[in-house]
Design a protein around this ligand. Sequence first.
Ligand code: ZN
Length: 417
Amino acid sequence: MKAETLLEKRKEEIYALGDQLFRTPELGYKELKTKAILTELFERNGLTVKDLGFETAFSVTIGSGSPHIGLIAELDALPTLGHPFASKTDHAAHSCGHSTQGTIMASVLLALKDTIRKGTVTLYFTPAEEFTDITYRKKLIREKKIRYIGGKINMLTAGCFDDADILIHLHTMGQGAFHFSLNTSLAGFIYKEITFHGLAAHAAVLPHKGINALNAFVLFDNAMNMLRETFEEKDCIRIHGMIREGGQTVNSIPERVVYECYVRSRNETALLSTAEKVDNAAKHAAKAIGARASIRNTPGYLPMVQNRRINDVIRREMLKYCRLEEINDNEVSQAAGDIGDVSIFKPTVQFGYSGFAGSCHGKDLCVVDNTRAYLEPAKVVAGTVEYLLSHPTIIETILKEFEPRMTMEEYLAYVNG
Ligand SMILES: [Zn+2]
């Protein structure tokens, strides 16, 4: 029997699980109830849940031997004021639809459990994809419970995904015209906090005795604008920021100015080199007028590069449920996710599915079509896994061709700042 048939038979249970998880929104590293619901489901079906640490990360494996296909489902919600199912305490809501990922992937694994003959499938549940609730996460870092803000970054550096040959992930597209999306690139970003240090003096009587930190910032801002002509269109570079502190009092020369910004790009080499250009501009613009700049970098996520061979198989499955024109292929998105970091090291894909109304991260995001939001993407994943397991040469070719875009040493140097 094919997993597709089992999924069709079990669809009412799948929708009920989806509804239950959608009504159980929890912020990153706090997804305890979600984990308990899923653990109970797997254990009731005779599967063992493996705890992967980092508060709520876990995995479930079926089958044995190679190839080994990894599936990824995100656990977390994000603060969304006014969402109908938002938590009363921290406003956590599934306004990014991650609850549907858990539902789809859990259902896929339970169906495959009864159908696969050879090969291994591991489903990884990953916490804290959303870059939010930073104060709490910094506390977890101080307590050594996590090392990084993003869930998959912790799991990646701890080697959690090492056993998988390839990784399949999926994400809602929110409301839109397309049925599915494929080969979407995601941007990466680095968050910077740049402090310009000057020297306060009476602004009217003794300006010559002061060092104006705001002037250092203005010089730096001009340098950044001049750098913009060095950006290539293909890299989709964005620098956007704001002055958090522009001085201390209007009658003194500003002693300290704090500027926060994001550097974004869809190409990690361009991302890292642009971040370096920004740092150089800040340091040297400050130095030019006798001030000093100190820079604190917090790595966000790296750009997502999709594995096209896996997506060719996924497209084949999607076409069982829609026409080619209904697939948004090769979209360039400025959104970012920690799946981008995973794609540095493993052949990885993330496809998009529909069935929602409202906008992602908005208070109106909800499932309006169970078939599109749960059943079809589950059948697409299950069909893809079955096809890949019965055509082992595809994964062999993928692994032969794949080159990690960084070494782990380079990556650790980047995430550790
Ligand atoms: Zn999301």
